[in-house]
Ligand binder design. Structure first.
Ligand code: GDD
Length: 321
């Protein structure tokens, strides 16, 4: 039985990955960060409580990472822990760089010293590209990385460290550059779930408007469930490498809003207002990823479309509220 250690197991991706690995017969271990609201610590994984092993730890506490690594002795390490909100990274830039950048260095050191035979997956991000895009309107591995947020800068540091550790120490350490990915488990301050939740609340008469920031940015949105399958394929490919995971389709925030409101038989223009509070000091305007190599070499394909993913999120809030 293979052992996986997931940092960030209580997040959207961590919870889906834990389910996926359990189905494959893995023994799943995960690190949970302490929160003052106990329910927030494990709301996404409570249903797995008797199937997985969890430990309190923190990416900023190298001693905790060391003791967990020594105890678990994993075959596969998935580093999904991060301060994952790009706009908030402008408010807490130093914390973001420490957690998403420097802490990855510490985790790599713990991995190198105490579990060097394990395979390592780093959750790298399309935010690393910033506003760089090839002439054909696509981002690929060769596209320059010029991040436009503290979050993107930290992720780029971690990306380079993972590559460096692979080359310098012969470790099986890989990067998955994942474009945006959503689901009913997405935090409701990310734009997809924020829009879906508010639209359903408006439909049910629980509120009357939705405040958003920039409606003119474009994202390549996939489903988290599809993307955790890619993580597993990436870490288990014979050669550790860098991989892009994306749908190759791009939609604007305006398209997103239009679709969700029209699905609920409403005109978004009657309810959506812009609030500068949700704008970013510097915005990544456009993402569209080329994942052809991942599809051809890893045999990965997304199952959800942008619309079927949003339909699932709408249904979730319709049932919940
Ligand atoms: N969150 C949020 N809230 N975003 C808004 C809003 C709003 O009220 N209004 C407009 N947007 C726009 C943002 O400016 C951005 O252009 C787009 O919606 C998507 O924002 P998010 O859903 O917050 O995601 P993100 O693209 O910044 O970051 C996500 O994707 C990255 C991969 O590219 C996160 O999941 C990151 O962790 C991930 O690495």
């Amino acid at each position: 039985m293979k052992k996986a250690l997931i940092t960030g197991i209580s997040g959207q991706d961590g919870s889906y990955l834990a389910e996926y690995l359990l189905d494959l017969g893995y023994e799943v271990h995960g690190i949970i960060r302490r929160s003052s609201v106990a329910e927030n610590q494990d709301s996404r994984i409570a249903h797995l409580n008797d199937k997985i092993y969890t430990y309190y730890g923190d990416m900023l506490d190298t001693a905790s990472l060391t003791s967990i690594m020594l105890k678990v002795q994993p075959d596969e390490i998935y580093n999904l822990a991060a301060m994952s909100h790009v706009r908030i990274s402008f408010d807490i830039p130093s914390f973001t760089i420490q957690t998403n950048g420097l802490a990855v260095l510490n985790l790599l050191e713990v991995y190198r010293l105490f579990a060097p035979n394990a395979k390592f997956y780093q959750a790298s991000s399309s935010e690393m590209f910033g506003n760089s895009v090839d002439d054909d309107g696509i981002q690929r591995l060769t596209t320059p990385m010029t991040p436009v947020s503290p979050y993107g800068c930290a992720k780029l540091l971690a990306f380079n460290l993972v590559r460096h550790y692979r080359h310098a120490y012969g470790l099986h350490a890989c990067n998955g550059i994942l474009f945006n990915h959503e689901s009913p488990r997405r935090g409701s301050n990310f734009v997809t779930n924020k829009v879906v939740k508010a639209a359903v609340e408006i439909k049910k008469g629980l509120r009357d408007k939705l405040e958003l920031g920039n409606l003119d940015s474009y994202r390549d949105w996939g489903h988290s469930k599809d993307y955790v399958r890619a993580m597993h394929k990436i870490i288990n490919h014979d050669v550790a490498d860098e991989w892009i995971v994306s749908t190759g389709e791009t939609w604007s925030v305006r398209d997103l809003v239009e679709y969700v409101f029209s699905k609920l038989d409403m005109d978004w223009k009657d309810y959506v207002v812009q609030n500068p509070k949700f704008m970013r000091p510097e915005e990544l305007k456009y993402l569209k990823g080329d994942s052809q190599r991942s599809r051809d070499t890893l045999g990965w394909e997304p199952e959800y479309t942008f619309h079927s993913m949003l339909d699932e999120m709408i249904e979730n809030w319709m049932n919940k509220l």
